[in-house]
Design a protein around this ligand. Structure first.
Ligand SMILES: [Zn+2]
Length: 280
């Protein structure tokens, strides 16, 4: 199981060009993917439904016998399945046996319970990671893909840009500040493009003169988009002197709703799409 889990995680990480330093929960949640153990739970519960719905008397007798004799044996399929049902706060096998819904309804209920449970677990794990402070964690749900991937046009160049964006989102894009953190040598922390000051997130995103030309292709349009939504006055109120908020907008504008309620999820996704057209 552990090997399977590692393989699955490595595959999801590779899809997104994420590094080994990316928080595990973020690897799942940016894609809205379930961990492999939850996928196995789904299969087990699907098999349980087939047994419960079967008209085969032998199978029904086997179920009764196993539930009586092997109720506490953790190697038994039924005992293990009972534990899975409890884990997801679902009714017991006996309760299902008494009142079995249609297969479509069953699948819907099970999938929803599993997705809700894992959304909560993974969101909580993400909240504990300081690298993910710029990521809008509450928006992430199982079966929902983050806009960084969802709004992506199918072009190699766009995918490369999105890979970098996803690294900013998960706090794993390596800047000189991180690379040289342990050397203590402030000279070496300098931005290699301009050699003027330390290369940290603020420098890279908003200050580096070497990237000014690229920035000018993006920021005025981004600003205009936000001004169109909230008005010039609100723009000054929120963004003047607030470089952190501007960085947040560039990295994950879906989190702006907390500061500026008028930028709701729908507007944020539109801004995100617009950003895809530009360089950042
Ligand atoms: Zn620089």
């Amino acid at each position: 199981m552990s090997e399977l889990k590692q393989f699955h995680l490595k595959t999801l990480r590779c899809f997104q060009s994420q590094t080994i330093r990316t928080a595990t929960a973020a690897v799942y949640m940016l894609l809205g993917a379930l961990p492999v153990e939850a996928e196995i739970h789904k299969k087990q519960l699907s098999l349980l439904y087939s047994i419960l719905a079967s008209e085969n008397t032998k199978l029904k007798n086997l179920l009764e016998r196993q539930m009586t004799v092997n109720a506490r044996n953790s190697d038994s399929f039924f005992s293990r399945t009972q534990e899975i049902l409890m884990y997801y706060n679902l009714p017991t096998i006996s309760e299902f046996k008494d009142q079995l819904s249609s297969k479509i309804q069953w699948k819907k209920d099970i999938n929803r319970s599993i997705a809700d449970k894992w959304s909560t677990i993974l969101q909580k794990e993400m909240e504990e990671k300081s690298t993910l402070k710029r990521c809008n964690i509450q928006m992430l749900k199982i079966h929902e893909v983050h806009p960084v991937w969802r709004t992506l046009p199918p072009l190699t160049f766009e995918v490369k840009k999105a890979n970098i964006k996803a690294r900013f989102l998960t706090g794993t894009y390596l800047l000189q500040e991180h690379i040289q953190r342990f050397t203590g040598n402030t000279e070496e922390q300098k931005c290699q493009l301009c050699q003027i000051e330390k290369e940290d997130m603020l420098h890279f995103m908003l200050r580096c003169p070497a990237l000014n030309e690229q920035r000018q292709k993006v920021l005025p349009e981004l600003k205009q988009r936000i001004v169109n939504t909230i008005g010039q006055k609100k723009w000054h109120e929120h963004f003047n002197g607030n470089k952190e908020l501007l960085m947040q907008t560039i990295i994950d504008c879906t989190k702006l709703e907390k500061n500026i309620p008028t930028i709701n999820q729908e507007t944020a996704i539109e801004i995100e799409k617009n950003k895809q057209k530009a360089v950042l």
